[in-house]
Structures are given as C-alpha cells and as structure tokens.
Ligand binder design. Structure first.
Ligand code: SF4
Length: 343
C-alpha cells in the first residue's frame, strides 16, 4: 500500500465522513449511484436536501424507472445539467428490466449504463462493493495534482492520463471503500481549492505542493477565455384566468425536458411574429426587466415579456400550482409574476 493510501486510511477512522445520507451499512447501490450523479457538479451541502427528497419520492430503482419523465425532472429541477436526470431515468429503466432492479456489479455492465463515466463507475464499485477501483472526481484530481505536482490542466488528455495512472497506483486492494471516501473527504474538507489546511492534512509529509510551498500553483489553472453572451426573449402568455403558458423543451439542449416559456430571438420583428403564431389575438401587456443567467459556458440575457392570451387553455398553469420541472430563471419570473398579479 502506498504511503498516501495508508495515511488516508488512518485519518479516515477519526475524521472521515460516515453519516452522509447515502452512506449505510450495508451500502445501497441505488443511493451511492444517485449521490455520485448528483455530486458530479454540485457540492455535498447542496446535494443532501435534494438527495433526501429524491429518495422520498423514488425510494428504489423500480419506482424511479416507473416514474414519468416530468416527475423525475421536477425532482431534479435546480440541480442543473438536466441530461444527468434524463440518464438517471433511462438507467433506472435498464436496471429494472435487465437486472431486476438490482445494481449490476461488474465494471463493464456499469460503464454501459447511460451517463456513467469511469470515475462514477469506480466510485459505485468501490463504495458499494468495496472492490479495488480508482476514482478521479474533482476533489481527487486536486489532491493528486498537488501531492505529485502534476503540470498542466485537466483539459489536456495527457494530464488526465497521468492522473488516472496515479489514482490507480494509490488505490489499495484492501479497505477500498474507506480509502475512496477518505480521499474524497480530504479533498472536500482539507485540501480545499483555496487555502488548503496542510497542517491538518494526513499526507503532507510527502506532498510536493506542501514541501515546496506551491499549493496555489496546483492544479495548474486554465487560461481564462471570455464567456460568450446570448440573449433571448421569454414570452409569458397569460390568459383571462391569470394562468401562464409553459411548453416542454426538447430533450437535447439547455434545460432539456423541463417546462419553460415560449422563447424567441431578441428583435422586434421576430417577437411580433412569434407572439401571434401562438395566439393570433395575443397582445403585449408589459416588458419585465432584462436579467442575466450564467451557465458554465455562456451567459444568457433574458428579457421576459408578458402577453395577453385570450382563450389560452392548453398547457396553461396557475402560477401558484405548477408541479412540472422548470429551469431556475423561469421559476424566478413566476415568483415575481405572482407579485405583479397581486399588486
Ligand atoms: S499537504 Fe496541503 S496541498 Fe498537500 S494534499 Fe494535503 S492539504 Fe493538499
């Protein structure tokens, strides 16, 4: 066993996280998988509430498989990266039909599931079955980059190859589940992105970044690109009952599968044409303030326009009683829209 692995295992006994809601004895493959997917782009403290309410709604893989896509998307709404929820749903259906609702146990079977990559597969095998598989999530990448002073950014395939080799080298044959949890925990609570707490770190003795006082230099940063900007108009059709129209978005693309307002490009001609294409009697009532919504790859400027929609009936919802999954900015508008209605 490497010194890094034995240092982390000793540290885990006293300091490791053992009471996260997806940890149980014996481990539950569904819970581990769900938490891994939720944690891919989101921090533990945010995931805990989402995880608990998701499990309450869908207590096992079969109930998730049998749920409607809208129910799954509604339970996921707010976590972002909605293709993860679509893949989760598809995977539950596959496990339900091919494996009788029980999580498969081999690397190849798990890797064949939609949305499961190498690190997620490794985490499931390690944390659920205690099998010696390496993981390389964001926390582990940071710890290994600093410990070995790995030069270059993760976006380079060479850097990723090197990190995977290191992750595999340190992965122990025994006590694998504890090791995996320990390296994730050290990354999340000690070797943090800013101001790592090296004095409390169980592997500082051999950590290159600590020895050379270069913690801020690793992992190497990517040269910053300016984020592109886009703008869009949301058309909020409102009927005589004060209900608003929502449309299910296509599965692919941003907010895939969620329910949103009809949208169009931000220019007068297009707005006019679009408005009457949904309802020939529709008229602009009010333009709300433009606001910004940030995605990881671009910034979206959203201009909401409230439009009267006489006779509008299909897919119109009461603003205080919407059960379908909506993107965060749509929710935000609907909440403020309520205020306008009651002003
Ligand atoms: S010694 Fe510091 S930089 Fe090195 S792994 Fe530990 S916390 Fe991270």
């Amino acid at each position: 066993m490497t010194e890094l692995a034995s240092g982390l295992l000793t540290w885990f006994i006293k300091h490791g996280r053992k009471n996260l809601p997806w940890q149980s004895s014996p481990p539950n493959g569904y819970h581990v998988w769900l938490s891994e997917v939720m944690l891919q782009q989101t921090q533990v403290k945010t995931v805990v509430d989402y995880f608990n309410s998701f499990i309450k709604k869908f207590p096992d893989i079969t109930s998730l498989a049998n749920a409607s896509e809208d129910d799954v998307m509604a339970a996921w709404a707010g976590l972002g990266y909605y293709s993860r929820a679509q893949n989760l749903h598809k995977t539950a259906q596959i496990i339900s039909s091919l494996y009788s609702g029980i999580f498969p146990k081999t690397y190849l079977e798990i890797m064949a599931l939609p949305g499961v990559g190498r690190s997620t597969a490794g985490a499931i095998l390690s944390l659920t079955f205690n099998l010696p598989h390496a993981i390389l999530d964001g926390n582990v990448k940071r710890v290994l980059s600093r410990y070995h002073r790995v030069a270059g950014h993760y976006s380079s395939s060479g850097v990723m190859k090197e990190l995977w080799l290191l992750a595999e080298k340190h992965t122990p044959e025994k006590h694998n589940a504890q090791y995996t949890q320990a390296i994730m925990d050290v990354g999340a609570t000690v070797c943090t992105p800013r101001n790592p707490d090296c004095k409390r770190c169980p592997i500082s003795k051999n950590c290159g970044a600590f020895i050379y006082n270069q913690q801020d230099d690793y992992p190497n940063k990517k040269t910053k690109k300016i984020k592109p900007e886009r703008s869009v108009v949301f058309l909020i059709y409102k009927n005589e009952k004060g209900e608003v129209h929502l449309k299910k978005r296509p599965k692919k693309g941003i907010w895939g599968g969620l329910w949103s307002f009809i949208e169009c490009a931000d220019n007068e001609l297009e707005i006019e044409e679009k408005i009457i294409s949904h309802n020939p009697n529709a008229k602009i009532l009010e333009s709300l303030e433009t606001f910004k919504h940030s995605f990881s790859h671009f910034t979206l400027w959203i201009s909401p326009i409230i439009v009267s929609s006489p006779g509008g009936a299909n897919d119109y919802y009461k603003t205080n009683d919407i059960s379908v999954g909506m993107p965060a900015p749509v929710k935000k508008i609907i909440q403020s829209f309520d205020l306008i209605n009651h002003a």
